[in-house]
Design a protein around this ligand. Structure first.
Ligand code: ZN
Length: 210
């Protein structure tokens, strides 16, 4: 992978993770087009549900997200699969009937903490596609959660900022053990498959890089 994930645990702390990113202008530059292509490939390789440009050290308002059938199966409030999709200069706001829900979230840029993060269960999103067309969508449940997580990255907000003292949180290994207990046997098998594939792809990636 030409780009590496930056993490909040790096020293010095990458400012790009905690500062607002820059708006992107249209038509997209070649560099931005390449960046989007690479981010789409990365979210698949990492077996993630989302990736924001600041996570690879680039302070631009670009996110990609992807809800696979496997990812959907792991979430009670997931209602849809979503193909790999890019959103540029995205914003979100809760709908008037939105409520907070807590569910597990991890982040490639936060390696030492995962937890049950409070998020709105329904949001309205405005953004642009690669051609500069405005997109307006209403997202619910898990899709809303993924979009809030990724759009937060654009604002310099991480899960560690959203996790309040009352949230279940801790070391990712301990939290995964807790989460595994909540899964049905089918979900557990899917989760183990996702983790194994992710580790395999990361190992392949570093072989290519070296
Ligand atoms: Zn993240």
């Amino acid at each position: 992978m030409p780009f590496d994930i930056v993490t909040i645990e790096q020293n010095p702390t990458p400012q790009v993770l905690t500062q607002p990113a820059q708006e992107v202008s249209f038509p997209l530059s070649q560099d931005n087009q390449k960046l989007i292509t690479e981010m789409k490939a990365m979210v698949l390789k990492l077996n993630g549900v989302g990736l924001a440009a600041p996570q690879i050290g680039i302070a631009k308002q670009i996110i990609v997200y992807h809800i696979s059938e496997d990812a959907k199966q792991l979430r009670q409030d997931a209602t849809e699969t979503v193909p790999v999709t890019v959103l540029i200069n995205p914003h979100y706001a809760p709908t008037s009937d939105a409520q907070f829900t807590y569910d597990w979230e991890g982040c490639f840029s936060v390696t030492k903490t995962t937890g049950k993060v409070p998020r709105y269960n329904k949001i309205q999103v405005t953004a642009f596609d690669s051609e500069g067309n405005q997109i307006k969508l209403t997202a619910c449940g898990f899709t809303a959660r993924v979009l809030q997580h990724e759009i937060d990255h654009i604002r310099g907000i991480l899960i560690t900022h959203r996790l309040t003292a009352d949230c279940v949180q801790g070391d990712p290994k301990d939290m995964m053990a807790l989460r595994m207990k909540e899964f049905t046997p089918t979900q557990k098998a899917i989760a183990e498959k996702i983790i194994a594939e992710r580790n395999q792809n990361i190992a392949k990636g570093s072989q290519n890089d070296s």
